[in-house]
Design a protein around this ligand. Structure first.
Ligand code: NHR
Ligand code: GAR
Length: 215
């Protein structure tokens, strides 16, 4: 019998992606979200996790004088839960190379754009300003290079004329929930493989592209 796959989820705010992951994994017997952690004490997602009976921790970045010391404290707290995977879900602090290296291969992020387009912040604003007609989200392994790691899955949504940032964000967010929930299940089943050339495959899956069913 295979051991349960242990997940720690890092958030900074609302935590709707965390909810989608917890909900998706609740259908599996071999997966457990062992802790939800936030760098923001007021993050709404912490209360939701607590109500679900999930352990929560806050490591507030403002309590530390450097990124390195914050990351060390965060890493220590994470290690206490002995996770197989650490999922960034709306986590808003850039992590040091030391942290990224320590968790390499086990650290995953969702970014609200179709990488390599629009890394960084305010991705929906960037997409509207550029005039792209398709936008979306990317789940990727985290490396020391920001918003740059190997892609596990992407989801696309159309951009409509007259979209506001908020409308576009809502459309992308619904897609994020689908994609991240599915990726969490693939991880729990041990099907996600990262190869030496940096590419990713998922055993038994030939498409990791999500989108409106147009075809
Ligand atoms: N860390 C590493 N090393 N690599 C990545 O790819 C990372 C990462 C940490 C977070 C998420 C990322 C995103 O998906 C992420 C990917 C925060 C910022 C940022 O500028 C940028 C990208 C991401 C997350 N943060 C500011 C900072 O000074 C704070 C902004 C704020 O608090 O609102 O850390 O978009
Ligand atoms: C999501 O859109 C996520 O992709 C994005 O923040 C939102 C968090 O929502 N992440 C980043 O912008 C990282 N810089 P949530 O808290 O409801 O999951």
């Amino acid at each position: 019998m295979s051991q349960s796959c242990r997940f720690v989820i890092l958030i900074s705010g609302r935590g709707s992606n965390m909810e989608a992951i917890v909900d998706a994994l609740s259908g599996l017997q071999n997966a457990k979200v062992v802790a939800v952690m936030s760098n923001e004490p007021e993050a709404a997602g912490l209360a939701w996790a607590q109500e679900k009976g999930i352990a929560t921790r806050t490591v507030c970045h403002r309590d530390y004088t450097s990124r390195e010391s914050f990351d060390k404290a965060l890493a220590k707290s994470i290690d206490g839960f002995n996770p197989d995977y650490v999922l960034l879900a709306g986590f808003m602090r850039i992590l040091t190379p030391g942290f990224a290296n320590q968790f390499e291969g086990r650290l995953i992020n969702i970014h609200p754009s179709l990488l390599p387009a629009f890394p960084g912040l305010h991705t929906h604003r960037q997409a509207l300003a550029f005039g792209v007609q398709w936008h979306g989200c990317t789940v990727h392994f985290v490396t020391h290079k920001l918003d740059h790691g190997p892609v596990i899955a992407q989801g696309i949504v159309p951009v409509h004329d007259g979209d506001t940032e908020a409308e576009l964000a809502r459309r992308v967010l619904a897609m994020e929930h689908q994609v991240y929930g599915q990726v969490a299940c693939w991880l729990a089943d041990g099907r996600v493989q990262q190869h030496v050339d940096g590419t990713v495959t998922v055993a038994g899956i030939h498409s990791r592209a999500f989108g409106p069913q147009l075809l």
